[in-house]
Design a protein around this ligand. Structure first.
Ligand SMILES: Cc1cc2nc3c(=O)[nH]c(=O)nc-3n(C[C@H](O)[C@H](O)[C@H](O)COP(=O)(O)OP(=O)(O)OC[C@H]3O[C@@H](n4cnc5c(N)ncnc54)[C@H](O)[C@@H]3O)c2cc1C
Length: 521
């Protein structure tokens, strides 16, 4: 959508093709029984990218702050500013008094990373500025910032190891390590994970739900003369002829194609016959590399319509809440124990899986979002909508679906999550649920077509099939085929909404440059 908005604003003929009825993918909201819910991301991190993009495109979007609370067992803190880091220290030392020195060491690392983040996001991202005209920005902000940026990038790259490994070097207690890191994707780079304290302060929420951002971009594309075709799925790309084909066998001729969806899909459906041998072999190499890699962790989300006013929940935590009901930590529950069940899936009894599920739900960390606490107009009077989610393994859901008992599994999982949350942080949930439903990793795969139901692109591995260094981020949008660009969560790692937007803009810039070069020949 970012690419389409920028290209149509630049006067190009743009067609945005989307397989669903609505645009926006994982930036989406929906309404059920008068309750508004966010289907994907729960709030947005600006990262010096989203708000500058909105400003640059001249988009009106009313936003509010989306403050975060953190809780473990009965201890809950509300993150309001940098001083909240001291409250975090107190929370951890209360729960793990024997580890006070280790906690201080972790906090030192977080503070260091926060300083780096101040540099990284210290100015509006130059990609969204008109550097030719905005001389004040260039002279007063960009030039003084560049040396600091280069210095900081070096520091960041040295903290690229998985957060689990990094924490092992400073924290002996595995439960404490889990409390700090178990809600991050497996092998999240230490820098990215430890930067979350800064990011918590950066969250904002569009009034009306996160989907308002996609709606605003859609309106911008149309206003600038771009065309949008929904319920249209691209199933083949013929690179030599610059043709894309949809499910109804309709073909679309393009000068430049920007693929902003799952990259395994692009590489599977693209025919390269007729292209230069060097391009074809480059394409095959990238394709093989991609097929060897997996999407990162997915999520399970439980949506609740509750007959209880917002005020009851407001007293406990903010509308964006990371909560861990037990300080024991997941340990190997989500990794080795689950790996064992999955590799022996044919042999294990259903009861063993349910026993594992019981433990998993008791020890997990939950991301709880209450849209009404950010915008009270999102719920019927006197009621509350809640979304409870946690990281979930795609293969578990996929195996159970193949074995034919997915509905039973989901129903049990919903019951267990509800029971854990209502005996811990929200006791009022017990008898007040009007309706409940959930999305699994399989729903995400179906909805946005992402491999393994991933929500932020590739799993973190030593060798990534795409660019993962910020200083060369502009190359992330290139594919071996000159007229095809890539953007979105699969084009760069680590990803999320800001990087999806940034790569969208970078792809638009590259395509535009190529078209201008072609025109001037
Ligand atoms: C519960 C949850 C919490 C999250 N929290 C955060 C967070 O805190 N911070 C953060 O930054 N990010 C977060 N994310 C991740 C973030 O939402 C995504 O990384 C981001 O929205 C990806 O955007 P995208 O446009 O690259 O891809 P997508 O949203 O996957 O969009 C791809 C689009 O392409 C369409 N499509 C796919 N295949 C085809 C085809 N063949 N033909 C036509 N159309 C096709 C899809 O329908 C979809 O609309 C979260 C996600 C979830 C689900």
């Amino acid at each position: 959508m970012t690419s389409a908005a920028y290209l149509s604003r630049a006067g190009q003929k743009v067609l945005l093709i989307e397989k669903n009825k609505e645009c926006g993918g994982l930036v989406n909201s929906f309404t059920r029984d008068g309750f508004h819910f966010d289907a994907g991301v729960r709030a947005l991190i600006d990262a010096g990218i989203i708000l500058p993009m909105i400003k640059d495109l001249g988009i009106e979007l009313e936003v509010v702050k989306s403050p975060v609370s953190l809780g473990i067992e009965n201890e809950i803190i509300h993150i309001g500013n940098l001083d909240s880091l001291n409250e975090y220290r107190e929370l951890l030392t209360k729960l793990y008094p024997e580890s006070v020195n280790e906690i201080d060491e972790v906090l030192r690392s977080i503070r260091k990373v926060m300083k780096h983040m101040d540099v990284l996001y210290g100015i509006e991202n130059p990609v969204f500025k008109d550097l030719k005209r905005d001389r004040t920005f260039v002279l007063k902000k960009l030039l003084p910032w560049l040396p600091k940026f280069i210095f900081t990038v070096g520091k960041i790259n040295r903290m690229n190891m998985p957060v689990e490994e990094y924490l092992k070097t400073i924290v002996k207690n595995p439960s404490l390590r889990d409390m700090i890191s178990q809600h991050f994707f497996k092998n999240t780079p230490a820098f990215f994970a430890l930067s979350y304290f800064s990011l918590y302060l950066d969250y904002f929420y569009p009034k009306g739900g996160v989907g308002k951002l996609s709606e605003a971009l859609k309106n911008k594309i149309i206003e600038c003369g771009g065309e949008i075709k929904t319920e249209t799925k691209i199933i083949e790309v013929v690179a030599e002829k610059c043709l894309a084909r949809d499910q109804n066998n309709i073909t679309y001729k393009y000068d430049n194609l920007i693929w902003a969806a799952d990259l395994k899909t692009l590489y599977k459906i693209t025919k390269t016959e007729g292209l230069l041998p060097k391009i074809r072999s480059g394409f095959e190499d990238v394709k093989n590399n991609m097929m060897k890699n997996r999407g990162g962790d997915s999520v399970f989300s439980l949506f609740l319509e509750v007959d209880e006013p917002l005020e009851s929940f407001r007293k406990i935590a903010h509308g964006h809440f990371f909560y861990t009901p037990s300080k024991l930590g997941l340990g190997e529950t989500h990794r080795e124990e689950l790996d064992y069940l999955l590799s022996n899936f044919e042999k294990v009894e259903k009861e063993q899986i349910f026993a594992w599920l019981d433990k998993f739900t008791r020890l997990n960390t939950y991301e709880i979002s209450i849209p009404g606490l950010k915008d009270p107009e999102l719920v019927p009077p006197g009621k509350t909508g809640i979304i409870i989610s946690f990281l979930a393994e795609y293969d578990l859901f996929s195996n159970i679906q193949k074995a034919g008992w997915l509905d039973e599994f989901i129903s049990e999982l919903e019951k267990l999550v509800l029971s854990v949350i209502s005996v811990s942080v929200y006791p009022m949930l017990k008898d007040k649920i009007i309706a409940r439903f959930s999305f699994t990793p399989l729903s995400i795969e179906n909805r946005v077509g992402s491999s393994e139901g991933a929500i932020t692109g590739w799993s973190f591995q030593k060798s990534m099939p795409i660019i993962n260094k910020i200083q060369i981020a502009d190359r992330s949008v290139l594919t071996p085929v000159p007229s095809i660009y890539q953007a979105g969560q699969w084009a760069y790692s680590p990803a999320g909404v800001p990087m999806s937007i940034l790569t969208g803009k970078l792809a638009a810039d590259k395509a535009l440059k190529q078209m201008r070069k072609f025109k001037n020949r």
